[in-house]
Design a protein around this ligand. Structure first.
Ligand SMILES: *Cc1c(COP(=O)(O)O)cnc(C)c1O
Length: 391
């Protein structure tokens, strides 16, 4: 197979899903998994999660349309985020989707709905997680911007406005992104859910704790650890028979089963370094250029005996910062050797720019059998829909 390419390990993906389902049935029988489309919405992947009975968790009108095309059941969609359109917001509610309101304009949109019908409306809660989990949240002292602030009364106002328009909320949405993905984060989330239920005496059909979990890493918290902690706290105020627990995993399911396979195309020495050039690029597995290390393995085409003090492993783009890592005291890499980056399934394929080269192909490894899931993008896909003028 020509490199570079992404490779999805089906058995590892199956295992991640099984572990999550087992943890949910053990700790909160009444639950829904909403697979986070934005984490990786390769068509085969979203179809896979649909077949696993997962809902589609979408955060834009485009993702919503994609979910409608993939899901036979148009109500199995959780519609989140600030960039919904009014048209899709209304349609999703009428189709029976779970729609979590993120902004004041969405509350206004409720006015177009029939008050005699019931809808699955959730309110996204903005709460000061940094205060309880110091140093752990994504935005630190600047705080997150999604949802309605619990501490300053905005959430209560949103509740009241919704009510004044004739609607009761069915649930609350508490997704928050953290740097640590620790169990403490989810304990804090569960505590906020308990607090809100008691404070406003709400009858909640669902509590959505969002995504952001670790998965597929033995040395990190497991689904059992998160869900045991959440269920212990939630049980103080909720009954599992009456309130559905929603989780919205992305990274924890699709991160670990995907690898990116590259080959060494050239090796060059300068006065300052030994550069190993590959046919892969950081833009495909670290599009935000933030990772400081990778899970990787080298496949040497022939026995490599000499150990080199320093080799700088680089990508194919014309950007000097397209350097994956520095291999120190490693065997000498030569043209034709492979470097395989593991656990690169989350926020990669859907976040890469179309810079210099188009998307690489994606294969499935199903018990050793390789299947092509998406052909490499070519000029045809790149110019599709473009007006190239009259030449
Ligand atoms: C991004 C996101 C998720 C998924 O997060 P992961 O870290 O990939 O698990 C879930 N819910 C919402 C609302 C999100 O924005």
């Amino acid at each position: 197979m020509e490199t570079p390419y992404f490779l999805i390990n089906k058995q590892e993906l199956d295992l991640n899903v099984t572990k999550l389902k087992n943890a949910l049935s053990k700790f909160w029988s009444n639950s829904i998994i909403g697979y986070s489309y934005k984490t990786n919405s390769l068509p085969w992947i979203i179809e896979y999660f649909k077949n696993q009975n997962c809902f589609a968790e979408v955060v834009s009108d485009d993702e919503y349309s994609l979910a409608k095309q993939i899901c036979c059941d148009k109500s199995k969609i959780i519609y989140n985020g600030p960039i919904k359109t009014k048209e899709t917001f209304i349609e999703a509610l009428q189709n029976g989707c779970i729609v979590n309101i993120d902004s004041k304009r969405e509350i206004e949109w409720l006015k177009s709905l029939d008050k005699n019908q019931s809808f699955s409306i959730g309110l996204r809660v903005n709460f000061d997680l940094e205060d309880v989990c110091y140093g752990q949240t994504a935005c630190g002292s600047e705080g997150g911007r999604f949802g309605f602030c619990l501490e300053n009364g905005e959430f209560e106002k949103a509740l009241k406005t919704t009510k004044s328009y004739g609607f009761e909320i069915s649930g609350i949405h508490l997704h928050t992104s953290s740097k640590t993905r620790s169990v403490e984060i989810y304990k804090a989330i569960a505590q906020v859910a308990v607090k809100i239920k008691k404070l406003y005496n709400l009858n909640l059909k669902f509590v959505d704790i969002g995504g952001g979990f670790f998965g597929g890493l033995d040395n990190k918290p497991q689904f059992n650890d998160y869900l045991q902690a959440v269920s212990e706290i939630m049980k103080q105020a909720f009954d599992a028979d009456e309130t559905t627990l929603i989780v919205e995993p992305g990274m924890s399911l699709i991160g670990s089963p995907i690898s990116y396979v590259t080959s060494v195309t050239d090796v060059k020495d300068t006065v300052r370094n030994r550069f190993v050039i590959t046919d892969g690029s950081r833009i495909n597995i670290d599009p935000l250029m933030r990772k400081s290390s990778y899970f990787y393995r080298c496949d040497f085409a022939s026995e490599s005996n000499s150990v080199l003090k320093k080799q700088v492993i680089c990508g194919f783009t014309c950007m000097e910062n397209d350097r994956f890592f520095v291999a120190e005291n490693c065997n000498e890499l030569k043209v034709g050797d492979k470097i395989i980056f593991n656990k690169v399934g989350a926020y990669t394929m859907c976040l890469s720019p179309l810079f210099i080269k188009y998307f690489p192909p994606v294969y499935l490894d199903d018990n050793g059998k390789k299947v092509l899931l998406r052909k490499r993008w070519t000029v045809t896909e790149y110019i599709a829909g473009s007006d190239i003028g009259e030449n």
